[in-house]
Design a protein around this ligand. Structure first.
Ligand SMILES: Cc1cc2nc3c(=O)[nH]c(=O)nc-3n(C[C@H](O)[C@H](O)[C@H](O)COP(=O)(O)OP(=O)(O)OC[C@H]3O[C@@H](n4cnc5c(N)ncnc54)[C@H](O)[C@@H]3O)c2cc1C
Length: 263
């Protein structure tokens, strides 16, 4: 329901602000500019270039910036949005009687989006895409508190065991293995730990090879057509590789197959 509500406010809005130029903000700008080409979309990002925190090649970021600009999306780079002001508007909105049930990341306007550097732009709807936080409530205040970093992730050894806890492994988003936090790396780490456990079940004293970090891999589509990404070979990909790899259905059919969902 919340996401349907977000879609309906997007349809009604003429001016759309997206805060955060990481993979989620860039993809959202791509989806909106593809589906609603007449909308005025502005993407704010504190870093000097799109996806600046991912460490992907510059060619990925510049290809995305060029394609978004060609669709009329305005990029405001190197400027930090005052999110406290947006939080205050969001709080009032949630309290208001009859307000639509929207995801927490969505703020409806008209609302002024201001940056610390002095840019101000009025939007009808704002999407905050400033990074996912890990749900660490089940370990950070209890038995794994000592191994929890400031970012809420568990520090791990070279074999993905939680620091100081030989019998506990941390894989996926909750672990700080030094890789991008993606479904792809979560799967690789899961496979590794499954193999280790299977070997140890057969031979408890078996020597275990450290986990080998995988090359960076990420596809960032801009709707069903367009986008860019970096392949595990290090090559920058655009066009059909990105569309067929992810843009066509955002991995929906792959995940359905993996989770054995029939519908
Ligand atoms: C908007 C968005 C888009 C993304 N797009 C991509 C993409 O295109 N490609 C890609 O590779 N990655 C993508 N990612 C990242 C990817 O989704 C994550 O890296 C991946 O889901 C991590 O898997 P995980 O199992 O570690 O965590 P999750 O998938 O978050 O699973 C954690 C599970 O633990 C459960 N849980 C939490 N606390 C408890 C508890 N106390 N007890 C029991 N269960 C609990 C949660 O309910 C949840 O089901 C995206 C992420 C976001 C937010």
């Amino acid at each position: 329901m919340k996401y349907r509500a977000a879609l309906s406010v997007t349809k009604r809005a003429d001016r759309i602000a997206i805060v955060g130029g990481g993979p989620v903000g860039v993809e959202l700008a791509g989806e909106i500019s593809f589906a609603f080409p007449g909308k005025d979309v502005t993407l704010f990002h504190s870093g000097p270039s799109l996806l600046s925190k991912t460490g992907l090649k510059e060619g990925v970021s510049s290809a995305l910036a060029q394609q978004l600009a060609a669709r009329g999306v305005t990029l405001v780079l190197g400027e930090t949005v005052d999110t406290d002001a947006l939080d205050a508007v969001a709080r009032d909105e949630r309290k208001a009687e009859g307000a639509e049930a929207l995801p927490d990341e969505v703020v409806t306007g008209p609302v002024m989006v201001s940056t610390q550097q002095g840019t101000a732009w009025e939007a009808d709807v704002v999407f905050r895409c400033t990074g996912a936080t890990v749900n660490h409530s089940c370990y950070s205040v209890g038995w794994l508190a000592d191994a929890t970093g400031d970012d809420g992730r568990l520090r791990v050894t070279g074999t993905l065991q939680v620091e100081g806890k030989k019998d506990v492994y941390a894989i996926g988003d909750c672990g700080a293995a030094g890789e991008l936090h993606t479904m792809y790396t979560a799967q690789q780490q899961g496979r590794y730990v499954a193999e280790v456990l299977a070997k140890q079940a057969m031979k408890p004293q078996v020597e275990v090879k450290p986990y080998e970090r995988h090359p960076k891999f990420m596809l960032v589509p801009l709707g069903p057509k367009g986008g860019a990404g970096q392949l595990p070979t290090g090559q920058v990909a655009t066009g059909a590789v990105v569309s067929l790899g992810k843009g066509k259905d955002l991995y929906y059919s792959d995940v359905k197959k993996m989770m054995r969902v029939k519908r």
